[in-house]
Design a protein around this ligand. Structure first.
Ligand code: FAD
Ligand code: UDP
Length: 385
């Protein structure tokens, strides 16, 4: 008997799980998304000027997982792309993550060289040092440099991004962008750094091009006709929403994207992404992305930059983008997870359902593991919903 699985959410998590259920288990999948398109936050499209943009913020693919790379390579070819970011520090755009070159650009060759020696003597050449660790050094000289970097790179950016200082947030957040005691000015050092050659939407369309997958966009889980029966449900939306916020709303940060399009035969930014770790009175946004530098679309007379204005998430009025890792959210999450564990015919997975700050490759890895370990073994169970 062919079973039918409902998958809620057509981002990487939902789409990969849908593809696995259809291809491996040969079960029918109904994949819904409340947005009018597939792709989740990785969705890309052309704007009125013909510039390819990422509607929900710039998405740079990078991974160290050959398994994720092999899997996605069935649905796309790739264009090599190494991401670089410059941050505005004391009026100059300098390489971020802050590295040995940044130090010389900020302090001059002589003083920068002295400080670089201090840092590499203490931590080692090529090492990545989270800023919160560097600030705990026993050396007063290093603590002074660390305080400088903390203030100029992390403090205002993080206050704008999260509404909290780096030392009030889970240390994993600022550790995503450690000080890098190296000359390598790439934002990531992963072994695979590529962009899908024809974009993310094309990748999703191929992923979902299967006779057993029925994609329905513009459909909310809560509006489904209760008469339709499913053998299993995979939910990749916000876990607190699924349970009607019964333990309170999990906190998220949201972002308002302001896209500015101008006539330009050449790129206007110093790098694909320019960060503004400056106080909000100077720049109310955190970063700007020039899409053509990311997508390789250089035969076009226009350019579009996306400026990011972080804001609190308000249920129903903007998007829940970033789970906020803190003690309060962890406590609430434990309650939702306990509720989820009691529902044997619903599987929760993804950045919103796991309430975890996954990159795309982690979301794909999680989806593949979830299919193998949780969904496939459970597929003999009775109907739900
Ligand atoms: P999502 O992509 O969020 O998909 C969930 C889907 O579920 C959404 O489409 C939503 O509409 C749908 N949904 C939710 N609730 C319901 C409901 N009740 N009914 C119907 N549909 C519903 N990762 C990287 O690797 N590199 C990057 O550069 C990068 N940049 C990012 C920038 C920003 C601003 C953000 C927010 C994230 C970024 N990420 C990046 C992370 C990346 O977006 C996630 O890893 C990925 O989107 C996770 O996929 P997902 O399917 O779990 O969630
Ligand atoms: N961060 C910062 N200054 C920067 C870049 C990053 O303070 O110039 C901190 C900030 O807290 C941010 C976190 O490091 O939220 C992670 O940065 P990343 O670039 O990974 O952010 P994402 O792409 O996930 O939004």
């Amino acid at each position: 008997m062919t079973r039918t699985v409902l998958v809620v959410g057509a981002g990487f998590t939902g789409a990969v799980i849908a593809e696995r259920i259809a291809s491996v288990l040969c079960n029918r999948v109904i994949l819904i998304d409340r947005r009018d398109h597939v792709g989740g936050n990785a969705y890309d499209c052309e704007n009125d000027a013909g510039v390819i943009i990422h509607r929900y913020g710039p998405h740079i693919f990078h991974t160290n997982a050959p398994r994720v790379m092999d899997y996605l390579s069935r649905f796309t070819t790739w264009r090599p792309y190494e991401h670089r970011v410059r941050g505005l520090i004391d009026g100059k755009f300098i390489p971020l993550p802050f590295n040995l070159t940044s130090m010389e650009l900020v302090f001059g060759m002589r003083e920068g060289g002295r400080l670089n020696k201090l840092l590499t003597d203490e931590f080692g050449i090529g090492v990545k040092v989270p800023i919160l660790n560097m600030r705990k050094s026993a050396s007063p000289d290093i603590r002074r440099v660390a305080d400088f970097i903390y203030e100029r790179v992390f403090l205002h950016y993080t206050l704008k991004q999260w509404g909290m200082a780096p030392d009030e947030l889970d240390p994993s957040v600022s550790a995503r962008v450690p000080v890098h005691l190296s000359r390598d000015d790439r934002y990531f050092q992963d072994s695979f750094q590529f962009m899908p050659a024809e974009g993310y939407l094309a990748l999703f369309q191929r992923l979902l091009d299967h006779p057993l997958i029925d994609v329905r966009t513009g459909v909310r889980f809560e509006d489904l006709d209760g008469r339709e029966k499913f053998d299993h449900v995979v939910f990749t939306g916000p876990i607190d929403e699924f349970f009607g916020h019964r333990h309170g709303p999990l906190p998220y940060r949201s972002i308002r994207f302001e896209n500015r399009t101008s006539v330009a035969t050449r790129p206007v930014q110093s790098a694909t992404v320019e960060n503004y770790p400056t106080p909000p009175a100077e720049h109310p946004f955190t970063r700007s992305t020039e899409f053509r530098l990311l997508t390789g679309q250089d035969d076009i007379g226009w350019t579009t930059q996306a400026f990011e204005y972080p804001e609190p998430y308000v249920v129903g009025s903007n998007e829940p983008y970033y789970p906020i890792p803190c003690e309060e959210s962890r406590t609430m999450l434990r309650r939702y997870r306990a509720d989820a564990d009691r529902l044997s015919n619903v599987t929760f997975a993804g950045r919103l359902a796991d309430y975890t700050y996954y990159n795309m490759d982690q979301a794909v890895g999680r989806a593949l593991a979830c299919f193998e370990k949780e969904i496939a073994p459970r597929m003999n169970i009775r109907q739900v919903v």
